[in-house]
Ligand binder design. Structure first.
Ligand SMILES: Cc1cc2nc3c(=O)[nH]c(=O)nc-3n(C[C@H](O)[C@H](O)[C@H](O)COP(=O)(O)OP(=O)(O)OC[C@H]3O[C@@H](n4cnc5c(N)ncnc54)[C@H](O)[C@@H]3O)c2cc1C
Length: 344
């Protein structure tokens, strides 16, 4: 099936869906509220399922040559000793968000994206055979198709992330009391980092401190890799956000409208899967429409294949967010993680 598609949002989900549908012969228009592609951003881990989706989108080779290969990660205690390791047989790649956007956009979508075009009301859009809401965690499209205003839930944690000079070759995540600190490669010159801290832990510190000083307090006395990154972090460039995920949905479709990516299942960042799920949604949507006799059949097939799957990943991400930032039972959670990673 093919026809005219309108996509709301030119983030990872929207660009990937635009690329896949265009490739399959659809006429595609994307509406994006920002002025252009993002110029800054931290690293995103592309797991094997995401790499398969990127293959379908003809950008896997470019991601492999631009990104940094990762075979696993070590989980550490604040003193630097390891309590678990994940080793993945199929490699994952770390790529910066702007580089991934650039590759998905490529030459393919230049004529199709309307920048600085926020969609206020999906009922006022021009006529189309298909409307794809790829408008992120606070999706208006989701509100329109579910009639619900409240589609997010707090996770009780705050994320800080950034990039500092100097490379690292291994990914580590260090878990402490109510907080964690992650370090991954970013590119040959820089290191990507993120911290996740419980709101009640933050409440015990001076709320007026600049972020870099706050992080120095929160991670004082941790092992040398964390101390090195915290020392380099610059408050001006730290991305700080209160974390939320989506409330579960019964369906991602209504009539000729479908929501994908964070619009459907925004998740805690702890599994590093949100962008990967967005890519998988985009290619499965195009595949389901391509295989179906009618758009309606295609949308139903897509909904069956992705609605529960996305929410399952979101549930596990929420659980990991809780476990990794728990304030008590440090030994128990480390043993649990160690046991789980033996089966990963
Ligand atoms: C701290 C943190 C770390 C993360 N790390 C990882 C990781 O390692 N790996 C991973 O896979 N994922 C990771 N994620 C998740 C990932 O960032 C998201 O899942 C992903 O960006 C979702 O893509 P999306 O296109 O669905 O939504 P978005 O990236 O939010 O894109 C939505 C787009 O829609 C546009 N838009 C919104 N409303 C409108 C409107 N009304 N009209 C027009 N345009 C509109 C926005 O401007 C935006 O461009 C992380 C997230 C966080 C917070």
């Amino acid at each position: 099936m093919r026809g005219e598609a309108i996509i709301i949002g030119a983030g990872i989900a929207g660009l990937a869906a635009g690329r896949a549908l265009l490739h399959d012969g659809w006429e595609v228009t994307l509406y994006e509220r920002t002025e252009g592609l993002p110029s800054s951003g931290t690293a995103l881990g592309m797991w094997p399922e995401a790499m398969a989706a990127l293959e379908r989108l003809d950008v896997a080779d470019a991601v492999q040559s631009t990104g940094m290969l990762q075979h696993g990660a070590a989980f550490l205690r604040p003193d630097g000793s390891a309590f678990a390791r994940i080793a993945s047989k199929d490699p994952a790649y770390l790529i910066s968000r702007p580089a991934l956007h650039e590759l998905l956009y490529g030459d393919a979508l230049e004529a199709n994206v309307r920048w600085s075009s926020a969609v206020e009301d999906i009922a006022a859009l021009p006529n189309a055979d298909l409307i794809v809401g790829a408008d992120g965690i606070n999706s208006r499209t989701r509100h329109a198709i579910t009639d619900r205003r409240n589609s997010t839930r707090p996770l009780g944690t705050v994320a800080f992330r950034g990039v500092v000079p100097g490379p690292v070759d291994k990914a580590t995540e260090t878990w402490g009391n109510g907080r964690l600190f992650g370090i991954t490669p970013h590119d040959a010159q820089t290191t990507n980092w993120f911290a996740c801290v419980r709101e009640d832990v933050l409440g015990e510190h001076d709320g007026n401190l600049p972020d870099a000083e706050l992080l120095a307090e929160l991670f004082h006395g941790w092992h040398s890799q964390v101390t090195r990154v915290v020392k380099e972090a610059d408050s001006e460039q730290i991305d700080r956000r209160v974390l939320q995920d989506s409330t579960p949905l019964k369906s991602m479709i209504r009539g000729k409208t479908v929501i994908i990516g964070d619009a459907a299942h925004a998740m805690a960042p702890n599994l590093g899967r949100g962008a990967c799920e967005a890519l998988v949604d985009a290619v499965r949507l195009a595949d389901a429409l391509g295989a179906a006799k009618t758009i309606e059949d295609g949308l139903h097939a897509f909904d069956r294949s992705r609605c529960r799957a996305g929410q399952r990943t979101a549930r596990v991400s929420r659980l990991l967010n809780r476990i990794s930032t728990a304030r008590h039972f440090a030994g128990l959670r480390q043993r649990t993680m160690s046991a789980l990673t033996r089966f990963a």
